[in-house]
Design a protein around this ligand. Structure first.
Ligand code: CA
Length: 377
């Protein structure tokens, strides 16, 4: 079996209502999908996290190196692409492009052997995962002290055991909305906060101390990803677990986060940090360092399916026992017209729990009509 062609698909959809996190407004959602065809007729799908037009350029330029190669040699192809671009692409867009390629190759591998990816990565440690609701973004109008608690209560009513709130809008405002959301969801539901690296260590510690009494599950990206000393300072100052890693890449990047004990929870994005091949290695490294692994997930159903395949084989956070702490799925609840539309069978939750697809490959089928509807290139 040989790779016959590599196609990129840039998709875009307008949102009915823009929403914001600490650094930008979203008016549309975009996606960059990778489709790899083999000479035996198998097709694999992957997704790249990151600016769609830029990751598209990476994959389009890497594509000629893949044509004619054996798609089952996922490790060889990963290392070959990485080595060819090492001098210019150890992090960022190149690795995001490589991630989508690697996921598509694993999808082919699974289809070739008639098994889900997680079966080929060691077999499932679990068949379903609990999901937490990612939402609670800012809107153009209305009072966040009113609409955020209402939205959070809605997730609890749907059955979610945990919700994540966007912070990074100023310490005083963050404290007020965090308190309002905690009051709305009650003491039993986990509440995490995510600053999207809006703060420096001084401000992050100040915020953390003020919200510590509200029982915060984790404080995500308190400081910029390059500021490992800042991460360590925040981690040392607070009792709240510190999370991050959606802007870090490959086992080599995570080696530094882990070895310097910068974080309590790492969050590599499977569609950015190096794909399924690399994220399995990062997950095993994290377990060796006693650091929890909960993937960052922010994409279409392809990215969600890839994350679920990996989550099936991520070790438990606490050592095996009668009641181990399991990794959880980030389940994006914001508007994304493309997310489920491109799947023949949407990946949904049932009272906050998501089943891991067990069909061949990623376990999903692509709706090509929906794909064509959103395609801008
Ligand atoms: Ca985040």
């Amino acid at each position: 079996m040989r790779i016959a062609s590599v196609h990129t698909h840039v998709l875009e959809a307008a949102l009915s209502q823009p929403f914001a996190y600490s650094r930008a407004w979203y008016g549309t959602r975009m996606a960059m999908l990778v489709e790899i065809e083999t000479d035996t007729g198998l097709t694999g799908w992957g997704e790249c996290y990151g600016p769609a037009w830029m990751t598209e350029a990476v994959v389009r330029n890497v594509a000629p190196w893949l044509v004619g190669q054996d798609p089952l040699r996922t490790e060889h192809l990963w290392q070959d692409i990485y080595a060819r671009l090492r001098d210019h692409g150890q992090k960022g867009l190149v690795i995001e492009g490589l991630s989508g390629i690697d996921i598509a190759l694993w999808d082919i591998k699974g289809k070739h052997f008639g098994a889900p990816v997680h079966q080929l990565m060691g077999g499932p440690l679990r068949t379903e995962v609990r999901a937490y609701a990612t939402g609670l973004y800012r809107r153009e109008s209305g009072d966040p002290l009113q609409y955020l608690p209402e939205e959070a209560a809605g997730y609890v009513a749907e059955g979610f055991h945990a919700v994540k709130l966007k912070v990074g809008f100023g310490v005083a405002e963050d404290v007020a909305v965090t308190r309002a959301v905690r009051e709305a969801i009650g003491p039993e539901v986990a509440l995490m906060v995510d600053a999207n690296h809006a703060y420096d260590a001084v401000a992050a510690i100040r915020l953390g101390r003020l919200i510590e009494p509200l029982d915060i599950g984790w404080f995500e990206e308190p400081v910029p990803p390059e500021d490992l000393a800042g991460y360590r300072a925040v981690k040392a100052a607070l009792d709240i677990p510190i999370a991050g890693g959606e802007c870090e890449f490959t086992r080599l990047g995570f080696r530094d986060l882990l070895a310097t004990q910068a974080l309590d929870i790492v969050q590599p994005d499977t569609c950015a940090a190096g794909g399924l091949s690399e994220c399995k290695k990062i997950a095993d490294m994290s377990a060796a360092f006693g650091v929890r692994y909960n993937p960052h997930v922010w994409g279409t159903g392809i990215g969600i399916a890839a994350s679920l395949q990996l989550l099936a084989v991520v070790p438990t956070h606490t050592p095996t026992s009668l009641n181990p702490l399991e990794p959880i799925l980030e389940f994006d609840r914001t508007e994304h017209p493309i997310r489920q539309a491109i799947l023949r069978q949407p990946i949904e939750h049932d009272r906050g729990t998501v089943r891991i697809p067990d069909g061949p490959g990623l376990g999903i089928e692509i709706d090509r009509e929906a794909l064509a509807r959103f395609k801008v290139n």
